[in-house]
Design a protein. Structure first.
Length: 401
């Protein structure tokens, strides 16, 4: 084991999957609190990739695998977006032969390799007593695997899709919704000037929260989500009505990247898949835009309505976190450290019904979190219901309501 002057204990932190605003505040919260309580904090770089690439030799240059975190380091980064530890979509239990680090190729030479034994040895070599992974269901599903292998895990949910089970809130979601509303409102001026349909493709592979909440907040007239396959004729008819009722002669629809036409499937950018088997989504917004234009004359007295199409994509990931994504990660970080002080592990810190809590981490792999269509989505009108808000959590829709 490498000597890093361990005192009360050593905590490892990593961020995996897509970047979101709020990760750096989470890292800061854990580090500041842990350092004050006499713990060492190690930032594992590039998600699960850094701990795989580490070479267990004191003379090796492992600067790309980990760094010791200090107050000065995290204070400078804590107000910014993204993750200064960097990230990846690495899946150590399913490593392709060509992705295995050079120093391990002799041992792991199958087409698909499970490098979990190396991950555990590397964590032990660093002297990490507790590991705090911050990520979505992919990153956290591997954390569940490590927990079952005996690693002490306290996890934090992060994804702008807001679809990690067991929690009302995932880091990054509020900023995503905020950015979506802002950008939709900015694009209204162009849509209105040209009297067009505005079609915006937003995040949401399996869950439509990032389309539902901005629509509910008034950013769009309609939204289509992965949980319900939509009829393009019905969408066209509704948007023509919306446009004709609008004095500025435009209408807006938010399209989740995982939304599907009735009778169709998801639209993929290409056949390439990431380490977790997900093909890259992209193009459903363009297809919806094309069909709306082609069908518009049918519902607009024979006159075609042109469209403006924009994929918001990384624009809602970038930049500083909003207030919620500055406050919640701070609380999550302190919650995680409180559990460590009590020697409690195998937990996911969460927000449920407006209160901070924690749940078993294996909940991440035992269920799915999607929009409850019957409760929240008007299938005929292709937009959220606007009723029954009493006693609902801040962001209205969760997997438990």
């Amino acid at each position: 084991m490498i000597n890093i002057n361990k005192s009360n204990g050593t905590i490892g932190i990593l961020t995996g999957g897509g970047d979101v605003p709020g990760l750096n505040p989470a890292i800061r919260a854990i580090t500041i609190r842990a350092n004050r309580e006499g713990y060492k904090v190690i930032g594992l770089r590039r998600g699960w990739r850094g701990i795989i690439d580490l070479v267990r030799d004191k003379k090796a240059n492992n600067k790309d695998s980990y760094m010791i975190l200090t107050d000065d380091i995290v204070n400078k980064a804590g107000r910014t977006g993204g993750t200064f530890l960097h990230t990846s979509r690495t899946r150590p239990s399913h490593m392709k032969k060509e992705e295995v680090p050079d120093h391990l190729k002799d041992t792991y030479n199958k087409e698909i390799n499970d490098l979990t034994p190396e991950v555990i040895k590397n964590l032990e070599w660093l002297g990490i007593d507790y590991l705090i992974p911050i990520g979505g269901d992919d990153t956290l599903s591997y954390a569940v695997r490590l927990y079952k292998e005996g690693v002490k895990i306290v996890a934090m949910p992060k994804t702008m899709d807001n679809d990690v089970p067991g929690t009302d809130y995932c880091i990054g979601f509020s900023t995503c919704v905020t950015r979506t509303i802002q950008m939709t409102n900015s694009l209204r001026t162009t849509a209105g000037s040209h009297e067009r349909f505005l079609v915006l493709e937003v995040f949401g592979r399996y869950a439509g929260f990032t389309a539902m909440l901005p629509t509910m907040a008034g950013a769009a007239n309609r939204c289509v989500i992965p949980e319900y396959k939509f009829d393009i004729d019905n969408l066209t008819r509704l948007l023509v009505e919306d446009r004709n009722q609008n004095p500025s002669k435009y209408a807006v629809v938010l399209v989740s990247e995982g939304a599907m036409f009735k009778g169709g499937e998801m639209t993929f950018k290409n056949a390439e898949k990431d380490a977790f088997g997900h093909a890259k989504l992209g193009g459903i917004g363009d297809l919806v835009s094309l069909e709306l234009k082609n069908l518009s004359a049918k519902y607009n007295k024979g006159k075609t309505i042109s469209t403006i199409t924009q994929k918001l994509g990384y624009m809602v990931r970038g930049g500083d976190p909003d207030a919620t994504d500055s406050i919640v990660p701070m609380a999550y970080g302190n919650l995680a450290f409180d559990l460590i002080l009590k020697n409690i592990h195998g937990r996911l810190v969460v927000l449920n019904n407006g209160r901070y809590d924690n749940v078993p981490i294996d909940l991440v792999t035992s269920t799915k979190k999607v929009v409850n269509v019957d409760a929240f989505y008007n299938k005929k009108r292709l937009r959220p219901y606007y009723h029954s808000f009493e006693m609902k959590p801040l962001f209205i829709m969760t997997s438990d309501t």
